[in-house]
Design a protein around this ligand. Structure first.
Ligand SMILES: Nc1ncnc2c1ncn2[C@@H]1O[C@H](COP(=O)(O)OP(=O)(O)OP(=O)(O)O)[C@@H](O)[C@H]1O
Ligand SMILES: [Mg+2]
Length: 375
């Protein structure tokens, strides 16, 4: 992205901030689509021997928004999202979908609710014996929709996901990205008001991931569909989610607007996930060492939030460390449409230089990460 582009983004971002109406989750649609109210899930026996996978979660998923839930493996993400459509029972508290308590529904009512909630999966879960068309048609067949109506529905859905020409292909004849597009078309077949995504891009390469995220973004915008997605990748959240919640050991440790959580991460888990999302430039990777040898330089990534902070702070750092500092890479990226800058610098690993740098970071509140050492 060019700097000019970033400036424009900054300007529009700044203009929309503070206008309550610009926030889909809070203002335009005050009714939440999903509300977790001290919702919990305990596997196994009650009392001793059981395992609490989701622990007293309070969370609102705004109508019309794309909300991401991020956490490490085993944090409870799949359990949490499956509580929304009743694939997992809620063992304490409540989960409300559009005001309806999922735990209180009988079988027929739960089936009807599930038609209003689409879901997509990491491994697509397509039926290998059915063509793309027939996979998308499946939920409609189950709902008892007649053949002609199914044909009228499935064709446009395949077009929507860009696979109008693959109706007769079997899953084994499709790429991962194409399979996920079929999964998305199938999830949309019953005109749901909510789409759940469980790691839908985790099995895909980065480029295909981007194209699937673009599709989800477009569906959200064009159909006004609320999307709740879980992921272990900050990049996914950063690209499409306006709101994010961070889950750790079954508890939501931090939540809010994606930009706010990224720019001011308060919890250790968030900081760790954030750091792992900030990858090293390609050319630097082979030369970075985990431990310093005598005379090596320390390699540090600085994260500047907001475009305005970028240049003045860079200048001040150079002034602070004098000729000791080298700027090796820099970029302005976006978090759900708003810019932030990141800079990779190296400087002497001598204790006095490191101490001066650390003082500067403390004073300015810069987020920093030691990436390793270079000769
Ligand atoms: N049926 C079950 N019985 C007992 N424990 C379970 C069951 N399902 C999940 N768990 C445990 O609950 C915790 C949360 O699991 P969950 O699948 O929700 O995590 P996750 O965040 O989706 O992980 P991943 O990123 O690896 O998919 C894990 O410790 C897991 O071992
Ligand atoms: Mg999972």
């Amino acid at each position: 992205m060019t700097t000019q582009h970033a400036d424009q983004q900054a300007a529009t971002g700044a203009a929309s901030k503070g206008q309550v109406g610009s926030d889909p989750a809070n203002a335009t649609h005050p009714v939440p689509m999903v509300a977790f109210e001290r919702a919990g899930k305990r596997y196994g026996p009650t009392g001793e021997g059981g395992f609490t996978a989701v622990d007293s979660v309070d969370l609102i998923v705004g109508r019309g928004a794309i909300t991401g839930i991020i956490g490490r493996s085993g944090a409870g993400k799949s359990t949490l999202i499956r509580m929304v459509n009743g694939l997992e029972t809620v063992t304490s508290g409540k989960v409300l979908v559009d005001g309806v308590d999922v735990g209180g529904l009988g079988e027929a009512a739960l089936r009807s609710l599930r038609r209003q909630i689409g879901m997509i999966f990491q491994h697509f879960n397509l039926l290998s014996s059915r063509t793309a068309f027939d996979n998308v048609a499946l939920p409609l067949e189950i709902a008892g929709v007649e053949k002609k109506a199914i044909r009228d529905k499935v064709g446009p859905l395949l077009d929507l996901v860009g696979l109008g020409d693959k109706a007769g292909s079997y899953p084994s004849e499709l790429s991962g990205g194409q399979k996920q597009r079929i999964g998305i078309a199938r999830a949309l077949a019953t005109d749901p008001k909510l789409l759940l995504s469980d790691e839908a891009t985790s099995a895909l390469d980065p480029e295909t991931t981007q194209s699937i995220l673009e599709l989800l973004k477009r569906i959200n915008a064009e159909l006004g569909l609320t999307i709740l997605l879980i992921t272990h990748e900050m990049d996914v959240v950063k690209t499409i989610a306006s709101h994010v919640a961070v889950i750790d050991a079954g508890r939501i440790v931090e939540s809010g607007r994606t930009f706010d959580v990224y720019t001011n991460p308060r919890h250790e888990t968030t900081r760790t996930l954030l750091a792992s999302a900030l990858k090293l430039p390609q050319w630097l990777r082979p030369v970075v060492k985990p431990q310093p040898s005598a005379g090596d330089k320390v390699l540090v990534r600085l994260v500047f939030f907001g475009d305005t902070a970028f240049r003045p702070l860079t200048g001040r750092l150079v002034a602070e460390l004098g000729s000791d500092v080298n700027i090796l890479a820099g970029a302005i990226e976006e978090i759900s449409g708003e810019p932030f800058g990141s800079l990779v610098v190296s400087y002497s690993a001598e204790p006095d230089v490191v101490a001066r740098a650390d003082r500067f970071y403390t004073e300015t509140g810069l987020v920093t990460e030691v990436l390793g050492y270079v000769a």
